[in-house]
Design a protein around this ligand. Structure first.
Ligand SMILES: *Cc1c(COP(=O)(O)O)cnc(C)c1O
Length: 381
């Protein structure tokens, strides 16, 4: 099916993400897994969580994985394990989900934003070094939309300046940079199992990966109120454990995550090709893919320098859902006003917030739906 032969395509509905298609094929396996947990009556941590932690560690090429209640908590726990405290600084991106910066601020540390690379939407590594001060305790790159930040230069800075890297890999499970897996390139890696992530549970969940035995041990304590044994607390931790039901569900899905990410990648390539065929790539700029990376396409984000919102309305009126990730850069959020940043401080992040949006993408998205999306874009212009 080409764009031309689809001329007569009638209107269809294209959701941003459709979890039901995936669910239908897994339904029986998921119910068996959930039943197993219900019958065991062990609902928090336990063997199901341990098995998942081993599976994720293997998948992410790390020695350890420590389950917790969400991706947001994974970030919080990782920074707690580094003893982050008031007065410390952490360098991160202003163009990310709120939780990335919130984890830093929650611990009383100062968020130091560095602008993004306008092509990849990842931290602009050229700007990182000049943001380092004697108080910098960590660098927190985010692997946006499923493509790893440029980790090589970051690792070089990290080693030379002795500042650890914590990866926000919430959108990037299985993504690779130069053959290395997301979550294995920093001292700690943080993942989310929110239902719409590439590997999503039946509720909230998260995990921290690391090769460091001591940090792994510390994280296992921090997630249970800082106690190695019940009622003996060596430090003040939090309650952030992974539920057994989530682990059982995720264990079923982990087997398919490569297949799903491959399907996402193929659909992303398909979109790019269709946009090229329609000569739209100046008006709707496809995502930039680093040659030495394995992009898992958590999102397919296009840049529309002109009339973005009109185009989104046009698509929406024709049954096509899109979404802006993220409409307000974090340095302009009310809660971060105290940091003293202003408009125009981070032009690349600000223009990304004004010019980009995500097209529908999920493993079961059909070619006909993709053709319809691009055709509808073509009609708008
Ligand atoms: C989803 C996400 C998180 C938070 O994960 P939750 O499980 O929703 O708490 C953090 N950072 C990024 C970049 C995310 O996309």
């Amino acid at each position: 099916m080409s764009l031309r032969s689809a001329e007569t395509q009638t209107e269809m509905r294209v959701p941003l993400i459709d979890l039901s298609a995936q669910h239908r094929s897994l339904r029986e396996q998921l119910l068996v897994a959930i039943e197993r947990v219900v019958d065991s009556q062990q609902f928090v941590l336990g063997p199901e969580v341990q098995a998942l932690e081993e599976g994720i560690a293997r998948y992410c090429h790390t020695r350890h994985a420590i389950g917790c209640a969400s991706g947001s908590d994974a970030l919080l726990l990782a920074l707690m394990a580094l003893d982050l405290k008031a007065g410390d600084e952490v360098i991160t991106s202003p163009f990310t989900f709120f939780a990335t910066a919130a984890a830093i601020a929650r611990l009383g540390a100062r968020v130091i934003f560095v602008d993004i690379d306008p092509r990849t939407y990842n931290l602009d590594v050229k700007r990182v070094e000049s943001a380092i001060t004697p108080r910098t305790r960590a660098i927190l790159p985010v692997h946006m939309y499923g493509q790893c930040a440029e980790m090589k230069p970051l690792q070089e800075i990290s080693e030379r300046r002795e500042i650890p890297i914590v990866e926000d890999a919430a959108q990037a499970i299985g993504a690779e940079h130069d053959g290395c897996r997301a979550g294995s390139m920093g001292l700690l890696g943080c993942f989310s199992f929110y239902p719409t992530k590439n590997l999503g549970g039946a509720g909230d969940g998260g995990i921290v990966t690391t090769d460091d035995d001591k940090l792994a041990d510390r994280l296992r304590t921090l997630r249970v109120h800082g106690g190695r044994t019940e009622y003996e607390h060596s430090e003040i931790g939090i309650n952030s454990r992974l539920d057994s039901i989530q682990a059982a569900v995720l264990g079923v899905k982990l087997k398919y995550v490569d297949e799903w990410s491959k399907a996402r990648r193929e659909r992303a390539e398909q979109y790019t090709q269709l946009l090229h065929e329609a000569s739209l790539t100046e008006k709707v700029v496809p995502p930039f893919v680093n040659r030495d990376s394995r992009h898992i396409f958590h999102q397919y984000v296009v840049r529309v320098p002109q009339r973005r919102d009109e185009l989104r309305d046009h698509l929406s009126a024709r049954g096509i859902s899109t979404k802006i990730y993220y409409p307000v850069p974090l340095h302009l959020q009310k809660c971060f006003q105290y940091l003293g940043y202003r408009e125009r401080d981070f032009p690349a992040a600000e223009s990304a917030a004004l010019e980009t949006f995500a097209l529908p993408l999920f493993p079961e998205l059909s070619k006909a739906q993709q053709v319809y999306v691009v055709q509808t874009i073509q009609k708008f212009f």
